[in-house]
Ligand binder design. Sequence first.
Ligand code: SF4
Length: 236
Amino acid sequence: MYGKIHEIYSSISGEGISQGIPTVFVRFAGCSLRCGKTDTRSLWCDTPYALGPNQGETKPLSTIMDEIVALDPTHGYQILLTGGEPLEGKNRDLSISIAESIHSFRTHNDKPYPSSRVETNGSEKITLDPFFIFTMDYKLPGSGMEGRMDLENFQILEKRHNSLDEIKFVVRDRIDFERSIEVIREQKIQTNILYSPVHGEVDAKELVEWIKIDNPPKGRLSLQIHKVLWGNQKGV
Ligand code: SF4
């Protein structure tokens, strides 16, 4: 089995409930969404270089695993499959194979977080598989991508009942925030909830005020600390 991979590296988790813990990143190439791009506003994707399915380097599963394992014993606390979109098209089978191998390797080696965390954009079906932990986006109206969300994923998250799963709302404006509150209510969301402001469009302090007033259950602000530490660099 082969896949298009952009980079495999170790750093710390930049956001969410795992923020700050040492993490091995596996970045897939390819995503068919284009978040934030409308007639008048521009794409806000953090990884525009990873959107094309033909970008990245073609690697066999065995090479990918060797690279992960080489980083894991000293640095890897959590393994994060990200992109691009790890569950889209051919990436999906590769993600499953990587996560199964990691689960087996880390369980036998008594590692914390044996399951791989997958950052997924909400348009692909998530799974009940225990070798995955999910950070699932729900794309709000300001992204222009809300129509691509797979609403069945909320039922799957509820069935999974995994306390490490999380849902991420990226907020562009007040309309987005109000829509997030509606979605939480409509879908009866019990999972951890992250709020991230679109850089340069919403003041994080204003978003804090909105969170304080509506106080969504398990909701928290999530800023990207890798950008605070290293700016907009790749591979950190
Ligand atoms: S889903 Fe993620 S990778 Fe795809 S365009 Fe949106 S932000 Fe970028």
